[in-house]
Each structure stands twice: as C-alpha cells, then as structure tokens.
Design a binder for this molecule. Sequence first.
Ligand code: MN
Length: 133
Amino acid sequence: MGGKILLVEDDPINSILVQHILEAEGYVVLKASSAKEVLLQIKSDVPDLILMDLQLPDMDGLTLTRMIRENPSTSYTTIVALTAYAMSGDRERALQVGCDGYITKPIDTKGFIKMVASFLESRRVKGSSYGDH
Ligand code: MN
C-alpha cells in the first residue's frame, strides 16, 4: 500500500538497516536522529507513521511522543515505539503517553514488516472513523 514513515533513530547502523528494510517494501522513509529534527520534520511534512526510538540524545522518546500528541496537526499520527528488548517498562510507558504500539529491538525483519503494515492499516481505519482524512 505504501506510506510515508518517519524513522526516529539515533543509532546510525540501526537507522540504515531499518531504512533499507522499509524502502525495500516500497515505503517512503524520512529520517530523524534527534528530537529537534523530529519537531522540525513534522512542521513541514506529517508522516503516516512515526517509528520512535525511546532513547534519543536530546530528549527521551516518551516526552517527545507527548509533545507530538499535543500538537493538533499530529495528534492523530500513528506512533510506534521502538523499545530495547530488556527495557520492558518502556512498553507500558510508551502506551501511557500515547503510542499506538511498540516494536521490540533488535527487530526481526519479517515480523517487523508485518507490524508496520498492520499499524498503517489500522491508521486508515482510525482515520476514517474520525472522518479527518
Ligand atoms: Mn537511541
């Protein structure tokens, strides 16, 4: 189906890996490696899905998610947290601040692609039920 995905990840190797997986599936990938870059990016171009690393150099991803939710132009944007496997408490906190779900790192390519597709699909359902798309 395609879609525009903002990949928020400060680890350059992870970022390139995930970018390649998504681009191979036909998605358009925008990238940010800090909260500052995310806030600039969503001002000019609102993506269909944000993949949010919770550990960023300038702000934690939970605070950043809350800020994105409070912004009217991005309050309904689908946000999926990327959480390290060991940090189980992160998942609950991610959902509490308004993430639509989470994907555990390190990612497994096949499962990852399926999850991204299903989050984009549920976004379409959510969008139509709110009548804002
Ligand atoms: Mn990180």
